[in-house]
Ligand binder design. Structure first.
Ligand SMILES: *[C@@H]1O[C@H](CO)[C@@H](O)[C@H](O)[C@H]1NC(C)=O
Ligand SMILES: *[C@@H]1O[C@H](CO)[C@@H](O)[C@H](O)[C@H]1NC(C)=O
Length: 177
């Protein structure tokens, strides 16, 4: 083997190792972040389920190469997507409802999830401006909206439980950056 092809080969191997290392390191980061997040005990956020945390971050393919800051952004975007679909779902079931107490409760839920969405948008905007503390405050405030909806309407337990987890993950990560 010539010296030239040998050095090309070693360069190739170095890149292979670096690339492999990058993937492993990121898998470790998600694991690490979710381990730490699930160890948090707070008065306002639910306890984060480790498996849910890992699955929710890995669900976005962009998490593969992401650093901690990137994971924070991804988790907030997941909250945004989730709140948007919950809101659409509420609007959809509201259409078929005529009975006043249920209708009223669902209208409140619609308002609450709109408020939650505003909050998440503000959190993401702050995060993009590198104001992580403000982002953390906005995202922390988001959970109370779904709680208020939940108090009035009992048909969204699964959705609001998942949503609370997603919010808690964002709160945790924006508190780590
Ligand atoms: C998770 O906690 C460990 C132990 O306290 C710490 O060394 C590590 O930096 C933390 N990871 C993140 C992503 O904050
Ligand atoms: C919200 O996120 C959870 C967890 O990723 C998922 O199971 C659920 O389907 C999502 N709900 C909506 C309405 O998008």
């Amino acid at each position: 083997m010539s010296t030239k092809s040998f050095s090309l080969l070693s360069l190739f191997i170095v890149f292979l190792v670096l690339d492999f290392h990058g993937v492993v390191a990121n898998g470790d980061l998600i694991t690490d972040v979710c381990k730490n997040a699930s160890a948090i005990r707070s008065q306002i956020s639910p306890i984060i389920k480790y498996d849910f945390c890992v699955a929710s971050l890995k669900a976005n393919p962009a998490s593969k190469g992401a650093d901690l800051l990137g994971l924070g952004k991804i988790s907030m975007e997941t909250c945004l997507t989730n709140a948007t679909s919950i809101r659409s779902y509420i609007a959809q079931i509201l259409k078929g409802k005529k009975e006043q107490p249920v209708k009223h409760a669902l209208e409140d839920c619609l308002t609450m999830y709109s408020g939650a969405l505003d909050n998440i948008h503000r959190a993401i905007a702050s995060y993009e401006k590198k104001d992580y503390k403000k982002a953390n405050i906005f995202i922390t405030g988001t959970d109370s909206y779904s709680d208020i909806c939940e108090a009035g309407f009992k048909g969204l337990t699964k959705q609001s439980g998942d949503f609370s987890q997603l919010i808690a993950i964002s709160v945790a990560i924006s508190g780590m950056v």
